[in-house]
Design a protein around this ligand. Structure first.
Ligand SMILES: [Zn+2]
Length: 148
């Protein structure tokens, strides 16, 4: 699968932290903590793949014709590795595609900054490759080894 980040995801509340990872990697991803019926409706309307740890919800989604994936892994690197294997989800950070981890809006690279820096036109948050960046890179490397 090519690196065009065309899949969109809808993530069940129990898997909250995967949302920001998928956004950083450039995938349009939303979080859902309402009722199952609403989740299915949103997935159908917006053409999103449902990620859940809940087997009943998974079966229900499939029955409604919604693309869904049951996550039984723990650990972000295992979940990302699985998404890479199944959907070809990119494990490479690409600044052209990256989205705001808070609000899912595409980020703008700040041309005037001397360091690598991005800002969100929607929520106003700014991001740069700080100390936490090494941790992100390490987890992506681990996910790549799992995905192989
Ligand atoms: Zn934002």
């Amino acid at each position: 699968m090519s690196d065009n980040r065309k899949q969109r995801f809808l993530i069940d509340a129990m898997l909250g932290n995967i949302v920001s990872w998928l956004r950083i990697l450039g995938y349009d991803s939303e979080y859902w903590d309402g009722d199952d019926g609403g989740l299915i409706q949103k997935a159908i309307k917006e053409g999103r793949i449902v990620l859940t740890k809940d087997r009943d919800l998974y079966v229900y989604a499939k029955r409604c014709g919604v693309e869904a994936i049951l996550i039984d892994e723990n650990g972000i690197e295992h979940i990302l590795g699985k998404l890479n294997q199944i959907y070809g989800v990119s494990l490479e950070f690409n600044p052209e595609y990256t989205r705001c981890p808070i609000c899912n809006h595409l980020l703008q690279k700040d041309k005037h900054s001397h360091r690598e820096e991005w800002s969100c036109n929607n929520c106003g948050k700014r991001y740069w490759m700080g100390r936490h960046w090494r941790n992100i890179t390490r987890i992506l490397e681990e996910a790549k080894n799992i995905g192989r």
